[in-house]
Design a protein. Structure first.
Length: 237
């Protein structure tokens, strides 16, 4: 998982995926830190995770790629790679759901549905965030292309054949899904990832939705990649 100053959110995620039936071993969790100045790396290390730092961990795509490469070097026989954002919470049975999905040899990977953590949000903010979730559901339902906060998973061999995680600063998840769709069947699992709404609350849910859609359109039309990546970084909450 890529991380940048996620000390406040990382603990809940690690607790969710490393405890209970079908849990992921902490030693199999690789946290790619992009220069955190808080306690992110310390909390990951105390939990028993592998922490990756250095020049190879810059943007989100590069961080993901570094983590995946290190994980597969350590466990070449792994049955799946599960890519998570540090501010998200997967379903409690998320790992078991992935194992069940990959029991079908036709499935190369997939993701979960998505919702926001709206605790502490006002009434109108909750309504607007639900609207964002609705439009996202329509988008990935029609396209089969998932975002990184949906917990994308894939078979390691398929990922390697697709060229690995694209080392992009933005929309590495979109490009990865496009490649995986060409390799086989991607599935949407019934559980939902719970993700932080902080970026949408900081910028306004509808405004941020429109901005994201515009940047995605520019990406698909092969626009100025560095420019929209920089714009995204400036507007992050």
């Amino acid at each position: 998982m890529p991380a940048l100053n996620e000390a406040e959110t990382l603990g809940a995620l690690l607790a969710r995926i490393t405890r209970g039936a079908g849990a992921v071993a902490a030693a199999d969790v690789f946290v790619s830190d992009s220069g955190s100045t808080d306690a992110t790396t310390a909390r990951a290390a105390v939990a028993g995770c592998v922490v990756i730092r250095g020049a190879c961990v810059t943007g989100r795509g590069s961080a993901l790629r570094a983590g995946v490469d290190a994980a597969l070097a350590a466990a070449p026989d792994a049955g799946a790679v599960w890519m998570l954002h540090a501010d998200c919470l997967p379903p409690e049975d998320g790992a078991a759901c992935i194992r069940g999905a990959l029991a079908d040899p036709a499935v190369v990977g997939g993701a979960f549905g998505q919702r926001f953590n709206t605790s502490g949000c006002g009434r109108w903010a909750r309504h607007r965030l639900r609207l964002v979730v609705f439009f996202n559901r329509v988008r990935y339902g029609l396209t089969g292309v998932y975002f990184g906060d949906q917990g994308i998973f894939v078979r390691p061999g398929i990922l390697a054949a697709a060229g690995g995680v694209p080392p992009l600063d933005l929309f590495e998840d979109v490009e990865l899904c496009r490649r995986l769709r060409a390799a086989g069947k991607l599935v949407l699992l019934p559980g939902r990832m719970t993700t932080s709404p902080r970026r949408f609350l900081a910028n306004g849910p509808i405004r941020q939705l429109v901005r994201d859609a515009w940047m995605l359109l520019r990406h698909r039309l092969r626009g100025d990649g560095p420019a929209y990546a920089e714009a995204y970084a400036r507007r992050r909450g």
